[in-house]
Design a protein around this ligand. Structure first.
Ligand SMILES: [Zn+2]
Length: 312
């Protein structure tokens, strides 16, 4: 073979290698710069993606602690982050109410999109009280449903990165056991309250799944989404309910301004009864790094502790 052809072949070969290098899916060999790049919407989902992904992934969360997902508008930077990601994880069930179209568009662009809603058994979903066609998105407060979410993430990561299958499955198995222990902890704490005292009054209807799973009657001042403001009639009705049932405490939420719950407390006082503000519950976001509740498990444990201590 003459030198010219040899050189040409060499060039073609290296060009082909270069091309396949660019277009090949991110193969994960464990070094820091070729980790699977995941973008998750809420703090709960960022935590879940980190737990299941382990060492093979890097996770960016769009919403920080205390951010309300119902009202969250994605910035241009968020959209570009999602477009560049290998995997995008979102809740669905209209939780990210202002971001729906973005996820639809992403699905056509080659990144793996994991939607937690799709892995849930429809019969386990609760309807929004006014409209049976709309489902309540706050599924993370029933730990058994969060186990389904963990399975969905493990499956989705395996699709995006098949070589990591064994790791994702092992991480899932370990986590499912921890979730079972968490579920048992919530049940044992809830059992400290007499049944009549298991009434949870909060700022918005985030705790219906919690109530169903752990035997609490739940009343929220605003609807399922914080998008709707509570009216004076709602405040008055709920104040009557609190007086009638002699409820000891009501709760503010970390991702909802406290003013609605303070208005409710004042309305109860005007009716001649004192209800305490029993503390802050994490509703649609985990705690921040300083809170000691910056993982899903720590957050749901902190919530049941706050609830039981205030209602005892
Ligand atoms: Zn909510």
């Amino acid at each position: 073979m003459n030198q010219k052809i040899k050189g040409l072949l060499g060039m073609i070969l290296s060009f082909t290698l270069l091309l396949s290098g660019c277009s090949a899916p991110a193969v994960n060999s464990g070094s820091s710069n070729d980790k699977l790049n995941i973008v998750a919407t809420t703090t709960m989902l960022a935590d879940l993606a980190e737990v299941i992904g382990g060492d093979r992934v890097t996770v960016s969360g769009l919403m920080g602690p205390g951010i309300d997902p119902h009202l969250y508008q994605a910035s241009a930077g968020d959209v570009s982050l999602m477009q560049k990601a290998d995997v995008v994880v979102y809740n669905g069930l209209h939780l990210e109410g202002k971001m729906g179209e973005i996820f639809e568009n992403l699905s056509g662009q080659g990144s793996t999109v994991i939607c937690i809603e799709k892995g849930l058994d429809e019969s386990s979903l609760l309807a929004w009280e006014d409209d049976s066609s709309v489902h309540d998105p706050h599924i993370w407060f029933d730990v058994s449903m969060w186990k389904d979410a963990a399975k969905t993430v493990s499956k989705g990561l395996t699709e995006a990165d098949p070589t990591g299958k064994a790791d994702y499955e092992a991480n899932l198995d370990t986590y499912l056991k921890e979730l079972d222990e968490t579920d048992a902890y919530i049940r044992s704490r809830a059992a400290e309250l007499p049944e009549a005292q298991r009434v949870l009054v909060t700022a918005h209807d985030a705790f219906q799944y919690f109530g169903k799973a752990y035997g609490f009657e739940v009343r929220g001042l605003q609807g399922i989404s914080t998008d709707a403001e509570a009216g004076t009639a709602d405040v008055s009705d709920l104040a009557n309910f609190i007086v009638e049932r002699q409820i000891k405490a009501i709760f503010v939420e970390s991702s909802v301004p406290p003013k609605t719950i303070e208005a409710l407390q004042a309305a109860v006082k005007a009716k001649g009864f004192d209800v305490a503000i029993g503390g802050e519950l994490y509703s649609d976001s985990l705690g921040d790094a300083k809170s000691g509740a910056d993982t899903y498990i720590l957050t749901v444990k902190a919530n049941i502790d706050t609830i039981v201590e205030a209602l005892k």
